[in-house]
Design a protein around this ligand. Structure first.
Ligand code: HEC
Length: 144
C-alpha cells in the first residue's frame, strides 16, 4: 500500500534525468545566440582601434580626422554630418544607419556604397562586426 508514492517518485526522477540535460543544452544555445546577436562590447572596443585611426565617437568633428565623427551614428542618415565633406556616393546612398545596415556596410564598404571614399576594405568576420557594432551603439547611445 505504500508502493504508490515511491513508484511515482521513481517515475518522476527518470523523467527528470531524461529532460534536464536537454533543457540545459537549450539554455546554453539560447545564451550563445544572444551573445552573438548583441555582440561583446569589450571585444568591440578593441576592434574599434582600427576605426579610431579615422573616426572619433565624440560630438565634435576633429578637423584633422580623415573620417566623420561617428557620434550618434545609429539612426543617422549616411552623409549627414555638417562638419564633414563626404563623397557624393555616400550622400546619394540615403542609407539610414541601423545595426543591420552598419553590419552590411562594414562587411563590404565598396560593394554596398560603390565609389565611397572610406579607405577600409571591410571586416569579414560576422562575430567581430557584431562586437564592433555593440560597442559603437553603446558608446554613441550613452553620449547622447
Ligand atoms: C583610413 C580611414 C578610415 C578607416 C580606418 C575607417 N573609416 Fe569609416 N569612413 C572614412 C571616411 C573618409 C568616410 C567618408 C566616406 C565618404 O565620404 O565616401 C567614412 C565613413 C564611414 C561611415 C559613414 C558615416 C556617415 O556619417 O554616414 C561609417 C558608418 C564608417 N565610416 C564606419 C567605420 C568603422 C566602423 C570603421 C572601423 C571598422 C571605419 N569606418 C574605418 C574613413 C575611415
Amino acid at each position: 500500500m505504500s508502493a504508490g508514492p515511491i513508484e511515482r517518485n521513481e517515475r518522476m526522477s527518470a523523467y527528470q534525468r531524461g529532460r534536464l540535460p536537454a533543457l540545459f543544452a537549450a539554455c546554453l544555445l539560447l545564451a550563445a545566440g544572444q551573445a552573438l546577436a548583441q555582440g561583446d562590447v569589450r571585444r568591440g572596443e578593441k576592434l574599434f582601434v582600427e576605426c579610431k585611426a579615422c573616426h572619433s565617437l565624440g560630438a565634435s568633428q576633429d578637423a584633422n580626422a580623415l573620417g566623420p565623427s561617428l557620434a550618434g551614428i545609429i539612426g543617422r542618415t549616411a552623409g549627414a554630418s555638417d562638419d564633414f565633406r563626404y563623397s557624393p556616393a555616400i550622400r546619394r546612398s540615403k542609407i539610414v544607419w541601423t545595426r543591420q545596415t552598419l553590419d552590411t556596410f562594414l562587411a563590404d564598404p565598396q560593394g554596398v556604397v560603390p565609389g565611397n571614399r572610406m579607405p577600409y576594405s571591410g571586416l569579414a568576420d560576422a562575430k567581430e562586426r557584431a562586437d564592433l557594432i555593440a560597442y559603437i551603439s553603446q558608446v554613441t547611445a550613452s553620449a547622447k
